[in-house]
Design a protein around this ligand. Structure first.
Ligand SMILES: Cc1cc2nc3c(=O)[nH]c(=O)nc-3n(C[C@H](O)[C@H](O)[C@H](O)COP(=O)(O)OP(=O)(O)OC[C@H]3O[C@@H](n4cnc5c(N)ncnc54)[C@H](O)[C@@H]3O)c2cc1C
Length: 494
């Protein structure tokens, strides 16, 4: 075999690429992975400033329930669950508005009780609502799917509530996808509640950096080859079948299969000559809508006061409790100049080793549309100030404690992940883009597969559990094909 010849070449070492690579290498296949950034993890990467370690994007995990959470199963199958040291925060989410502060524990009963405390006359409806959410799962999926796929979450909420505030509160978690309740399918919202809300608030001790590192090391231990700072610039196709990739540093790589975890616009409009693809498929790619991007403020702070505030792992701060209006505006391309909605996480509250002794860290995420570098050069300082002012209304002493202050903009996210339009959740989970055959992992090119938050599983929503599942599914599809050709593999796929 030639030195640059592999069974599988994977474009991108985000979580989806790493999971696919881990399963494939573990089954004895020869796998090469090219990552354009200097670190693995993609949206789950990290950076360091003045002794502080910041998570770039994802900071909280869902779907780790024993025994059937996607991540729980995957990490166990790969033999890394115990190494990862996954913990769950006592309180997963806190909602703060001018009128309410509500702690949600990530348990249906407790969530219902917390909400019913504020809305006593709706107690029965609130409990019925959470009971129906709890009933959604693998066994009931088809029943729920046929009933709710074409219904919006707004209509679903109206089955239970005529109270606008309750409907807005229960739409806050849609901030995980950036789509308002009257545009998102009820089935997407139910999946989000099941995987991120009722089973949310998990984290890796040591931060997301550790998740990427453990996956990278396990991949290498099983013979996988990973090349960092090595952008893929072309997917080669011979006789309508992939034959490998070309990367900036390694050059030409021959492979039987290629998995792209890059955005679909990059994959099909830049890495492949679009003339080689069916025209209706290319039209779909061009017309597809990316999810929102984000502004992310990272603060390193002297002193430690946040840990005593009694908030959850994720704090949703919407002073005017208007998530739906906010998501609609951002999805339509408007920026949130008055900071109407933001999400905050406090990595150091859960792991003091991420900050210098006696200090703490805060990250704050605001959904934002993609705008050019020129726009952000002109406006960055204004947004930084507006966000810090907004945080100050909750943590009054914050301005005097800032040691590190960095603002990532949509072009920053694009630079470090190459996700189309700096999208933070891949394809927008709107009702017309969630069907399983909208963007399946099998592409029109033989042996070219997709795996990432740009593929669809039938119910929308992205995030770490869903992209990990996508990586596992694509690995199993390749293992199945290889078994037919070569007989049994080392790893027994299920
Ligand atoms: C700010 C933010 C907050 C988030 N919060 C959460 C959260 O708390 N919980 C959660 O579950 N999810 C969260 N998410 C979403 C989640 O992180 C992503 O959906 C998921 O990590 C995407 O994984 P992926 O592997 O599909 O893609 P990515 O993470 O985008 O990985 C793709 C990789 O491919 C590389 N790449 C692209 N093109 C090329 C090329 N041509 N050559 C070589 N390499 C290439 C990129 O550099 C990148 O490393 C968040 C995302 C962001 C950005």
């Amino acid at each position: 075999m030639k030195s640059n010849s592999y069974d599988v070449a994977i474009i991108g070492a985000g979580i989806s690429g790493l999971i696919a690579g881990n399963y494939l290498a573990q089954s004895g296949l020869r796998v090469f992975m090219a990552e354009q950034h200097y670190a693995v993890g993609g949206c789950c990467s990290y950076f360091k400033r003045n002794g502080y370690t910041f998570e770039c994007g994802a900071h909280s995990l869902g779907s780790c329930r024993n025994p059937d959470g996607y991540l729980y199963k995957i990490f166990n199958e790969l033999g890394i669950y115990d190494v990862l040291d996954i913990k769950r925060a006592d309180c997963s989410d806190t909602l703060i508005s001018n009128k309410y502060t509500i702690n949600f524990s990530g348990n249906a009963d407790q969530m219902a009780n917390s909400l019913a405390n504020e809305f006593k006359q709706y107690k029965d409806q609130i409990h019925s609502f959470f009971k129906e959410l709890e009933g959604f799962g693998a066994k009931s999926f088809l029943r729920y799917y046929s009933r709710y796929k074409n219904m919006t979450f707004d209509v679903f909420l109206s089955k239970y509530f005529d109270n606008v505030e309750i409907k807005e509160i229960l739409s806050i978690f849609l901030g995980n996808l950036g789509v308002p309740s009257n545009q998102i399918s009820a089935i997407t919202a139910l999946a989000l509640y099941r995987e991120f809300v009722l089973d949310g608030g998990y984290y890796v001790e040591g931060g997301m950096k550790k998740l990427g590192d453990v996956l990278k090391n396990n991949f290498k231990k099983n013979g996988g080859v990973i090349s960092l700072k090595d952008k893929t610039i072309k997917i080669n196709i011979k006789n309508e079948c992939v034959s490998g990739v070309e990367t900036e540093r390694t050059g030409a790589i021959e492979s039987t299969y290629v998995i792209s975890t890059a955005g679909i616009k990059q994959t099909f409009l830049q890495l492949i000559n679009e003339d080689l693809m069916p025209s209706d498929f290319i039209r779909k790619v061009k017309n597809s809508k990316s999810s929102v991007s984000a502004l992310i403020l990272y603060l390193g702070l002297k002193g430690r006061t946040i840990k005593d505030l009694g908030w959850g792992r994720t704090v949703w701060y919407l002073p005017n409790l208007n998530p739906n209006e906010f998501h609609r505006k951002v999805l339509d391309g408007q920026c949130d100049e008055s900071v109407e909605a933001m999400l905050m996480g406090f990595p150091s509250k859960y792991d003091e080793l991420l900050v210098p002794h006696g200090c703490e860290s805060l990250m704050c995420i605001l959904s934002a549309p993609y705008k050019s570098n020129d726009f952000w050069d002109a406006n960055k300082a204004k947004y930084k100030e507006a966000i810090i002012n907004r945080i100050s209304t909750l943590i009054p002493d914050i301005k005097g404690r800032i040691e590190v202050c960095e603002l990532a903009t949509p072009p920053t996210i694009f630079k470090f992940t190459l996700n189309d339009a700096g999208a933070i959740y891949g394809l927008a989970s709107t009702r017309d883009q969630i069907d399983i055959d909208y963007m399946p992992f099998k592409t029109p090119v033989k042996n070219l597969f997709l795996s990432s938050h740009w593929t669809t599983q039938g119910y929308g929503q992205a995030g770490v559990p869903v992209v990990a599942l996508a990586g596992k599914q694509v690995a199993f599809a390749i293992q199945k094909k290889e078994k037919q050709i070569k007989g049994d593999l080392l790893y027994k796929s299920q």
